[in-house]
Design a protein around this ligand. Sequence first.
Ligand code: PBG
Ligand code: ZN
Length: 311
Amino acid sequence: MRELTAEVRVAPQQFIQPHFVVEGLAAAEPVDGLPGVFRDTHDSLLGRVEKDLKAGTNKVLLFGVPQHKTQQSFEFDFTARQIERLRESFGDALWVAVDVCLCSYTQHGHCGVLDHAERHVHNESSVELLAAAALKYAQAGADCVAPSDMMDGRVVAIRKALQDDDLDHVALMSYSAKFHSRFYGPFRVAAESAPGGAGPRDRASYQIDPARPKDALRASLRDAEEGADVLMVKPGLPYLDVLQTLSQHTQLPLAVYQTSGEYAGIELAAAANLMDGPAAHVEAWTAFVRAGAQMIISYGARHAARYLQAA
Ligand code: PBG
Ligand code: ZN
């Protein structure tokens, strides 16, 4: 009866596996808090993706981490090259989404470039760079570009850059409802993207305030109008209300990001024998689908089939 009466079901096909690929690394390094997740070299990335692909995980979200951080002379070559290599190695068997942001590229770790006084993130010049990055990744063969920066107007700028270059087949997934969250901790170490040094102390001036769900809805609907193909809520569990409301206000497909901090929380509790980790992940994933998500970005994507079967 329980099987027959379930109102929602979660399927392994809904999952996207994040990967970090780091320039200048001698060997893959584990990421603290995320068991089984690594900062990969370009070779170890291929090995890991190949293994996942054989086991059925065929969708990835790539984070490129270049060695040289900069303030103004951005190139995006390293990440573009990784996309090309994934495409050469796996062809269309692998769906490749690429995170588009500047925080792993800048010396100060902000998601955009700073104004002259280095007091604020400068929206316009950041948007120009983000559109250039997205275009380059699309030209390199990405199936999907996913801006995570939260600058205003970046979706329309990326949409236009793709259109002008005849790259309309590339999907644009906007991190449209991305909150100013503490649940990004392990990620920032892995992506070398924690804000520090010049500029604002944190990302509160461009990421959404947790107390402003209407801002999240407004930003998401704006991104839809600007030409996004997929909207996203991030983090997941603390913002299920936002996900549910958004699903009632848009016809676009929705993604949810089970962030590094959310994932690590479950893993740490499980390692301390305080809960059943796989079952807790399945419970969280079920909540995402219940609230309206079709796509789930999770560090446990490669375990989804097994965990779901056991549940
Ligand atoms: C930054 C970015 C973040 C994540 C993806 N891209 C977080 C941040 O604002 O530092 C979060 C991923 C995670 O925590 O798993 N553009
Ligand atoms: Zn960023």
